[in-house]
Write a protein that binds this ligand. Structure first.
Ligand code: F6R
Length: 607
């Protein structure tokens, strides 16, 4: 989703703005732009498409100026075009904006009635026009921003540059993230600490409804007319541009990082010496928890699906899982003594954040599994369970998902121990299975050529692909289908194996590959029957199993892979790596944009 940067500097800022935008590319975008003050006037350079287009534009028409703002736009209102690219400007103010101004039509009607002319199709332009109307009434930028905040509805982060004012930059946030960076006689403002990392490690995070005035020597933050303090924290992020190492794509790099980041995550949640789980202290007693509600979006929701099996089986707890965008509006009653767990890589996904807020209103204890410690979801939670995945740049989630699974499994084991539903021996067995995971994943990564072969020979030429799984492998089938469709644009669906004969089996013919996720777990025989049902109808089967499963079914499949043997409880983590690789190599064969698939955004801060 949109990325924002603003710099109040001492030297020409355009190259720095573009450098910061490169660090925000991972969020997904379809146009970009920068604006500076040149002799007090707002000057812009904008371009549709990738940042290289903006760079070419700036090379042709250089943009001087020591104060400026920049933006990568993921279109919401108005198609991706230069005209709708940010900064959106009048002669008085230029705006970069992330989020949606929900009452933009009402504001636009008012502003048009005053005789103001709009030149873009964006909701953002109402902010620029509204501020301009206040400035024309002789308000100061501070007065104008304070008043505008009272008029804007929706979730947004924005930064404003004012003509004739080399001395200030202003920002505001409601919902979407915004951070301030402190330099030496220079100030920065941006979407996240990652964007600010090349310039400074001293960062403060704005809260909802904050607006901020940046000057060369510091900043003042306000809530309404009240001045407030936001602590300066040290960000540990490196200023180096995130590299792909020896890999062709960030996604492949991140797939390969999984043994290491799972190891790091395990380090936080397991004691290898005693083979026991260690969780942070929590303001709750698992024996008294009436129900667990888990909520998330997309891939993170599939993590909740897997965790439901774990919490039910290991801790004998009733679990509801909820797609956040539905949950927040359905507003179901939640029982007293309940726990709500939100799962989010970014910690900024607006639907998940609002779902958690709803759970808060229902007096649930709020846990979150996040990858970004200062994110909005982390800050709302009573307990934060960090994944140690490191920055995930590929838009499609990989290492964030598998580390979410590790954290959720450790939490389910901890809950089971506390509730007396899991014996010490069982805990040791599961801890050992988790400790062995990085090595088993490494072995899977060493079989990369097998995945490439299946991708090139069976999947890349297909129009539709089905994924089947049962039990813990059902969410893996859903995740495999999601990865394939988002990366390769091939239509793919995941089904619970037992559901096939209730409809989807009508799709089976010799043009539809069916990927069967089938570790030899206690319900292997059941998925084996579903495998046979597809085979009997001439389906093209791809089998993902272990040596025993492949010995039993492999000869009947068009292609099969024997993954390393693991305890069935941890199998979703290993088998996820297999479906990631299938999707990656299929997309590679098709030549799609793997790290930034079309239409997708990394951090989904709009509804
Ligand atoms: C798919 C993917 C998305 C995210 C979803 C939630 O590969 O990455 O489905 O999982 O947008 O994002 P977070 O985890 O940031 O809340």
């Amino acid at each position: 989703m949109c990325g924002i940067i603003g710099i109040l500097g001492k030297a020409p800022v355009t190259p720095l703005l573009v450098e910061a935008l490169k660090r925000l590319e991972y969020r997904g975008y379809d146009s970009a732009g920068v604006a500076t003050l040149v002799n007090g006037h707002i000057e812009r350079r904008r371009a549709e498409g990738k940042l290289v287009n903006l760079e070419a534009r700036v090379a042709r028409e250089p943009l001087p100026g020591i104060i400026g703002i920049g933006h990568t736009r993921w279109a919401t209102h108005g198609k991706p075009s230069e005209r709708n690219a940010h900064p959106i400007a009048t002669d008085r103010v230029a705006i970069v904006h992330n989020g949606i101004i929900e009452n933009f039509q009402e504001l636009k009607d008012e502003l048009v009635a005053e005789g103001r002319k709009f030149e873009s199709d964006t909701d953002t332009e109402v902010v620029a026009q509204l501020l301009t109307s206040y400035l024309e009434l002789q308000m100061s930028p501070e007065e104008a921003m304070g008043k505008a905040m009272g008029r804007l509805r929706g979730a947004f982060a924005l930064v404003a540059l004012f003509s004739g004012r080399h001395d200030i930059l202003m920002g505001a946030r409601r919902g979407s993230s915004l951070a301030v960076g402190y330099g030496e006689g220079e100030m920065y403002i941006g979407t996240d600490a990652l964007a600010l990392a090349p310039f400074t490690s001293r960062v403060s995070y704005l809260e909802d409804n904050d607006w901020v005035v940046l000057k060369a020597d510091g900043c003042s933050v306000y809530q309404g007319t009240q001045k407030v303090e936001r602590p300066i924290k040290k960000s540990g992020l490196s200023g180096d541009l995130m590299g792909k190492g020896n890999h062709q794509h960030f996604m492949l790099k991140e797939i390969h990082e999984q043994p290491a980041v799972i190891g790091d995550t395990l380090h936080s949640y397991l004691d290898p010496a005693t083979r026991s789980v260690r969780l942070p202290s929590m303001p709750l007693d698992w024996t008294k928890v009436s129900r667990v509600t888990m909520t998330a979006c997309g891939t993170a929701f599939y993590a909740c699906m897997v965790a439901k099996y774990w919490f039910e089986k290991l801790a004998r707890l009733p679990v509801e899982i909820e797609v956040a965008s539905e949950f927040r509006y359905r507003e179901p009653p939640l029982p007293e003594g309940g726990v709500c767990i939100a799962v989010s890589q970014s910690g900024e996904t607006v639907d998940t954040l609002e779902a958690l807020r709803y759970a808060q209103s229902q007096k649930q204890t709020l846990l979150s599994v996040v990858n970004v410690p200062e994110s909005a979801i982390a800050r709302l939670s009573n307990v934060v369970l960090m994944t140690r995945a490191g920055p995930e740049i590929g838009v499609a989630s990989t290492k964030a998902f598998t580390t979410q699974l590790v954290v959720l499994l450790a939490t389910a084991i901890g809950a089971g121990r506390a509730r007396g539903t899991l014996s010490r021996q069982e805990e040791e067995r599961l801890a050992l299975a988790m400790i062995e995971l990085p090595a088993r994943i490494n072995e899977t990564l060493n079989m990369e050529e097998d995945y490439r072969r299946i991708a090139e020979n069976t999947l890349a030429g297909a129009r539709d692909v089905l994924y089947l799984g049962r039990g813990l492998s059902f969410p893996v089938a859903l995740e495999g289908a999601l990865k394939l469709k988002e990366l390769s644009y091939i239509h793919a669906e995941g089904y619970a194996g037992g559901e096939m004969k209730h409809g989807p089996i009508a799709l089976i013919d010799d043009a539809v590959p069916v990927v069967v996720v089938a570790p030899t777990d206690p319900i292997f025989d059941k998925i084996a029957s579903n495998f046979e049902q597809v085979r009997a109808r001439g389906g093209r089967l791809v089998l993902l199993s272990d040596a025993r499963g492949v010995a039993r079914l492999g000869a009947k499949a068009e292609m099969s892979i024997a993954l390393p043997d693991v305890d069935p409880v941890v199998s979703p983590i290993l088998y996820t790596v297999a479906v990631q690789l299938l999707a990656y190599y299929t997309a590679l064969a098709k030549g799609t944009d793997i790290d930034q698939p079309r239409n997708l955004a990394k951090s989904v801060t709009v509804e």
